[in-house]
Design a protein around this ligand. Structure first.
Ligand code: K1U
Ligand code: ZN
Length: 167
């Protein structure tokens, strides 16, 4: 397995729209294993292929404390959504930034797993938030883009300063 490089905001490649997966090949399954390893190592509770510069509709998620509930979503589709909730989010592509975002409270998603089996999942709470965050990545949207222009420009300035200091 391998740790993959995670793109950092405002890298333009985070805005690419992911394409549907045609066939699930051994390369797809290796990518999924590497994405899971990268997510656990970060550590994070989700990771979309877009974040590792692969523009295919794939994301992984595991919100369990023991890292034993890995979920794989290929070609996810939002079937229904209800309610509104506000939750503090983070993002492995925007390290150190945590902000409140409004999301749907309860969602139903249909996707394929790594074996190509279609499943339907009803989710609420933190899992629903995480799934919506990852599906946004596949559409090229990063959570900070829901914030006001003022907050976004402050975040961009903070990230630029941090990049300069790391050089
Ligand atoms: O997609 C990503 O960037 C991963 C992101 C997922 C996410 C977190 C919070 C709300 C919505 C989506 C993260 O995993 S950020 C790291 C994080 O929140 C976390 C890390 C370790 C333990 C618990 C949470
Ligand atoms: Zn993210």
């Amino acid at each position: 397995m391998a740790l993959l490089k995670i793109l950092h905001y405002p890298d333009e490649r985070l805005h690419k729209v992911a394409k549907p997966v045609g066939q699930i090949t051994s390369a797809t399954r290796k990518l999924i294993r590497d994405m899971a390893e990268t997510m656990y190592a970060a550590p994070g509770v989700g990771l979309a292929a877009t974040q590792v510069d692969v523009h295919e509709q794939i994301f992984v998620s595991d919100i369990s404390e023991d890292h034993n509930e890995l979920r794989v979503f290929i070609n996810p589709k939002l079937i229904s959504s209800t309610g509104v909730e506000e939750c503090e989010e983070g993002c492995l592509s925007v390290p150190g930034v945590y902000e409140k975002v409004q999301r749907c409270e309860r969602i139903t998603v249909q996707a394929m797993n790594e074996k190509g089996e279609t499943f339907t999942l009803e989710a609420d709470g933190f899992l629903a938030v995480c799934i919506q965050h990852e599906m946004d990545h596949l559409k090229g949207k990063v959570f900070v883009e829901y914030l006001s222009q003022l907050k976004l420009s402050r975040i961009k300035a903070k990230l630029k300063k941090r990049q300069r200091e790391a050089m």
